[in-house]
Design a protein around this ligand. Sequence first.
Ligand code: ADP
Length: 184
Amino acid sequence: MEEGVTIWFTGLSGAGKTTLARLVEAELRALGHKVEVLDGDIVRTNLCKDLGFTKEDRVCNAQRIGFVCELLSRNGIVVIAATISPYRQVRQEVREKIGHFIEVYCKCPLDVVIKRDTKGLYRKALDGEIMSFTGISDPYEEPLAAEVILETDKETPEHCVEKLLEKLKQAGCLEEAHEIRTAQ
Ligand code: ADP
């Protein structure tokens, strides 16, 4: 994949972005691609550690992640961003800048992610211990035209990964690494 691509996971906390990003990363590495994952939780401990959870900071967070995605993907890397990125407009802005961009909506109803509460954050948000929590006290704007929608309350992780890989194949993203591998 000479140009690389950015695979941008968006969705509520606990919707499955990190889980699926890591599974897809492993699959793509096995296919011979160079892959980098920018996980929202990790990025917030370094690149974006000065940012909070206001609308402005969330927009800035997505812009910075988008900037790194652009640099890497134009150098042939498959970049996987996994970040709530709740605002539609900044996702669109990043999409336009990057060009080769696949938006993946990890779709999961609020009651299911509350039940999962993998990080214990929903309980705190519902108890008012955390303010501005996406889905509870802060907005999440669903994608209107994501390339892939993964319904993580209905589809198994394996099925979600298969569906995404199929989409990447259709979009011509898996060809070059495959050609390199078979030519060896
Ligand atoms: P996020 O990165 O969106 O905050 P995580 O990946 O950290 O979400 O957590 C998602 C949780 O949901 C994990 O505990 C995972 O095992 C579970 N889960 C259940 N079904 C799925 C699925 N189909 N896809 C992804 N995660 C799933």
